[in-house]
Design a protein around this ligand. Sequence first.
Ligand SMILES: [Zn+2]
Length: 274
Amino acid sequence: VRKTNFFNKYLIIFVIGIFPLAFQSCEDPLSVNVFPVSKDVQLGEELDSEIRNNPSEYPILENKELTQYLQGMVDEIIRSPLIEYEDEFAYEVRIINDDENVNAFAVPGGYIYVYTGLMKYLDREATMAGILAHEVAHAERRHATQRITTAYGAQFLAGLLLGENPSELEQVVSGILTNLALLQNSREDEYEADEYSFKYLQSTKWYPGAIMFFFDKVDQDRDAGFLEELLSTHPMPQDRINAVQQMIDNAGLPAPDESNLFSDRYEQYKSMLP
Ligand SMILES: [Zn+2]
């Protein structure tokens, strides 16, 4: 609940900011995003600032060398020709020093946060690359602002058309406050992030299917309590796993080896983590 408070605050600010644009949102409600890209940037900057100013919830690991390892990976991923917003978005990665949390997340505008719990859980650099590319995809595909558009675009239009009644506006805004589901990526967003992760990695040195090692491990540990948070924010049904396997099969890739998995280098890196 704590985590959602600052999101809500900014949802109000930014949803109010889209009023003039809502008039244009009569296209396919599933794909339209009424926010300009600059709103993703602005929203991301504000959320990142909230996160950095909340060290009890998000204890950022202030270690340039350790952070640079992940940053270098993100820098390589965003050189993919499929990346559209490398100039607009920050694409900055931060490590959150919390071994209990086996997770990673992104906010709009390309700020990516990786928990040490996840870093230690993985065994291969290529798998970390797959997860970073997945988070890049959430930002790049603008999932957060698209979800807000889908959920509230039509509602806002209706509210506006009903007249300039402030209490009506209040109701819509309080609707956002209670709709916590908005803060989570949808199942479709997860599929799309997996799909683009694979595509982005195809132009890198990493085996694009290495996120499967993570899925397999999670599947084995599914009933262990420490994955609860991960599974609540990133559902991993068998068909999501199958979808990635399908991409691997379709791409006709040879079996991976150390030359594109980099497990030795990754183990070395892990040993330097606090
Ligand atoms: Zn995701």
